[in-house]
Ligand binder design. Structure first.
Ligand SMILES: [Zn+2]
Length: 105
């Protein structure tokens, strides 16, 4: 959901370019910056507002994981949900990347 560009920038600056859920630095590359999103902690569909207090900076992966998580109503609950999903889906990820990089070197 799009928010006012001034508000988006205020969220980005308050969170210093860091995804509030996984901690990735969205200023690490232009691609990361370009893909940055803001997440409504209380979903708009559930009455959440476009306010600085209800918005947090999020990378697209975390925002995507949270797209059907209207029941998680705090940053802490949402961060824990993302951490659990990432742990579950990381299964073998580091080894797979190492194998790919090895094959491409
Ligand atoms: Zn993230």
């Amino acid at each position: 959901m799009r928010v006012d560009p001034g508000l988006w920038r205020a969220v980005f600056e308050r969170d210093r370019g860091i995804c509030r859920y996984c901690g990735v630095d969205l200023l690490n590359s232009f691609s990361a910056y370009w893909s940055a999103t803001v997440d409504h902690v209380h979903a708009v569909a559930a009455g959440g507002a476009d306010t600085l207090e209800n918005l947090v900076l999020s990378c697209p992966a975390c925002n995507g994981m949270l797209c059907r998580s209207e029941a998680l109503l705090s940053v802490e609950e949402r961060r824990a949900f993302v951490a659990a999903r990432r742990d579950a889906e990381r299964n073998g990820y580091e080894e797979w990347v190492a194998e790919l990089r090895g094959n491409f070197s």
